[in-house]
Write a protein of this length. Structure first.
Length: 168
């Protein structure tokens, strides 16, 4: 179940009042929780699964720093995005000040599973951890909004507490 809250803001350019729903996390699942779930299957010990998950980011970073993309079957592909200053004069375009960031593209089956299996629950208040997400002032279309002075988040339902389920 994916918790969502109602949001309301004002587009600072058009002054239009906007309403939308936004994901709010129940909790953050850490690698030891996932390792315990993996160990229940009997193939890996908790230590082995946890160790692999803790080492995994370093190996991804190493490959990205070598200019490679990293594709993990069933998970997705990690790629680089490079941003640098542009100029009409090609001689002025250099690597100076260039910044690299990570782009993640989920595996098609993973994305399809989320699209087809997602069930939403409208909650009136986010969990304390979910409040971090609720404080965002960006609509799903990427518009930045200003608070309306109305701090109510609307909706109905009750707060759900976390367990071993992964966040969306």
């Amino acid at each position: 179940m994916i918790n969502v809250i109602k949001k309301k803001g004002i587009n600072p350019v058009t002054k239009q009042v906007l309403h939308w729903i936004q994901w709010t996390r129940v909790s953050t699942v850490i690698e030891t929780t996932l390792a315990k779930r993996m160990a229940r299957g009997g193939t890996y010990s908790v230590g082995e699964a946890s160790g692999v998950m803790l080492d995994f980011p370093q190996f991804i970073a190493d490959e990205l720093l070598n200019g490679n993309a990293v594709k993990v079957a069933g998970l997705g592909e990690f790629k680089l995005k490079v941003q640098a200053k542009s100029d009409s004069d090609p001689e002025k375009v250099t690597t100076r000040g260039a910044k690299a960031s990570i782009v993640f593209e989920p595996d098609a089956e993973l994305a399809e599973r989320l699209e087809t299996e997602a069930e939403f629950k409208l909650v009136t208040t986010p969990t304390p951890e979910g409040q971090k997400d609720a404080d965002s002032a960006t609509t799903p279309s990427g518009e930045t909004t200003e608070p309306t002075g109305d701090n109510t988040q609307g909706g109905s339902g009750s707060q759900q507490t976390g367990g071993d389920d992964m966040e969306p």
